[in-house]
Design a protein around this ligand. Structure first.
Ligand code: SF4
Length: 429
């Protein structure tokens, strides 16, 4: 038995949910990784046992990487309508997947792009004023959380974004008086309530399905209209509460509206996002305000950026034959799979299996612990950025590209290496 002490690695950046925490700590012993400081989600996704990870497989048979890459290349060459899903990879891996799409032809979409597109709809039409995480933390004196408490998906959001003033210099920089946090929609969860204890927290419950209407009323109040002007539509406690929130935002030095578009009800998500952006635009005539949309799990924002700089279009774009065609209705994964004859699924951050697909072969560049509903034709287990190799991921506000550190060598290819091997096999064939 080894008596060697584990290596403690501190101040690690985290690439899982998009919030970009950079204070994680793990203990590493050979292939084993044990989280010491991390949120529950990061701890679950960082933890590794001492065992040897899965090997590449073709048709369920273990093979060397080069053989799996050749088989994947052969399937891609035979394909006429490939769909690339998941796209959970670091920037280098995403560039490799883009190379594969250029070479073989494919549509590309990220597993967590639904919220992104709900936001893009407003951003493309009318634009918005957005802030960074640092501005939110250091300057925002009134934060309105629209919809559900985001803690379930971004467990350290409130800890990082709206810490209480402190005297030891670790709190927000420009907020000696603290701030007000309004939950507009669902109230805060118990953990959030505890975390924000001592801060000015207000709750404006909004019944499901009425959030877009509530934001329309809030926008009207911010624009200077009164309850009487609204013709009684918002008479009562909700109207009065919204009028009070409007007053808070108008009096704020830096108001921010935040939401997670992925968890808004699909029928009203576009309206909610558009009205939140409108409110911020109105506020900026007299004070300072911004939106802070949440999202970007598994480097979703990195996938968006790579698509933009590589093809000039966002995700949900078909690439091939020297052209790129953006059609979100056609190339969202669920729609693309209705016409696809091959699925290439990438998920390096977590063991998420490919979507159901039976129209052709499945190639999975996936976490080694992925459990498949049906064995893919080709499975190449890939390392996780920030565990098995270094890499870069974008934070949810898009202004910071975080460096992730490799912690161990378990012999797993990165997505970039797997994609390069497939590309090389395709060229050699
Ligand atoms: S909140 Fe997100 S970025 Fe922060 S440690 Fe957890 S998973 Fe990582």
């Amino acid at each position: 038995m080894s008596t060697q002490a584990p290596r403690i690695v501190s101040d690690l950046a985290c690439g899982f949910c998009g919030l970009g925490c950079d204070d994680l700590e793990v203990a590493v012993m050979f292939r084993e990784v044990r989280p010491r400081r991390a949120c529950p989600e990061a701890a679950r996704l960082l933890r590794r046992g001492p065992g040897q990870p899965a090997a590449p497989r073709v048709g369920g048979r273990e093979v060397p990487l080069v053989e799996a890459a050749s088989a994947a290349a052969a399937h891609l060459k035979a394909s006429r309508a490939a769909a690339f899903s998941g796209l959970g990879a670091d920037v280098a891996g995403l560039r490799g997947l883009a190379d594969l799409a250029v070479s073989f032809g494919a549509s590309l979409d990220h597993a967590a792009s639904e919220g992104l597109f709900r936001n893009l709809d407003t951003l493309q039409r009318v634009g918005w004023v957005a802030c960074t995480l640092a501005e939110l933390r250091n300057r925002c004196d009134v934060l309105v959380v629209v919809g559900a408490d985001p803690t379930g998906l971004y467990s350290r959001f409130f800890e990082r974004a709206v810490p209480a003033p402190r005297t030891d210099g670790t709190g927000p920089l420009f907020l000696p008086q603290g701030r007000t946090i309004v939950f507009l929609g669902h109230g805060p969860e118990a953990a959030t309530r505890n975390l924000l204890a001592g801060q000015d927290v207000r709750e404006v419950p909004v019944p499901d399905g009425l959030l877009a209407e509530a934001l329309a009323a809030l926008g009207a109040f911010v624009a200077g209209r009164s309850l009487a002007d609204l013709g009684g539509a918002f008479a009562g406690a909700l109207g009065e509460a919204l009028q009070e929130v409007a007053g808070l935002l108008k009096a704020a030095r830096y108001g921010v509206l935040t939401w997670n578009a992925a968890t808004l009800q699909s029928g009203e998500a576009g309206l909610v996002v558009g009205r939140a952006a409108d409110i911020v635009a109105t506020l900026n005539a007299t004070t300072r305000a911004a939106v802070f949309p949440l999202g970007g799990r598994d480097n979703g924002l990195g996938a968006h950026q790579v698509m933009l700089w590589r093809f000039g279009y966002p995700l949900r774009t078909l690439v091939g034959g020297g052209e790129a065609r953006h059609a979100p209705g056609l190339y969202a994964t669920a729609a693309a799979l209705k016409d696809a004859d091959l699925l290439l699924h990438t998920s390096a951050f977590r063991p998420d299996p490919p979507p159901a697909f039976d129209r052709g072969p499945v190639i999975a560049l996936a976490h080694p612990e992925t459990e498949f509903a049906r064995e893919p034709e080709v499975f190449i287990p890939v390392g996780t950025p920030g565990v098995d190799h270094g890499g870069q991921v974008f934070r949810m506000d898009g202004v910071v590209c975080l460096p992730l550190e490799g912690l161990r060598d378990a012999g797993l290819a990165s997505v970039a290496q797997a994609a390069a091997a497939i590309l090389q096999a395709g060229r050699a064939a």
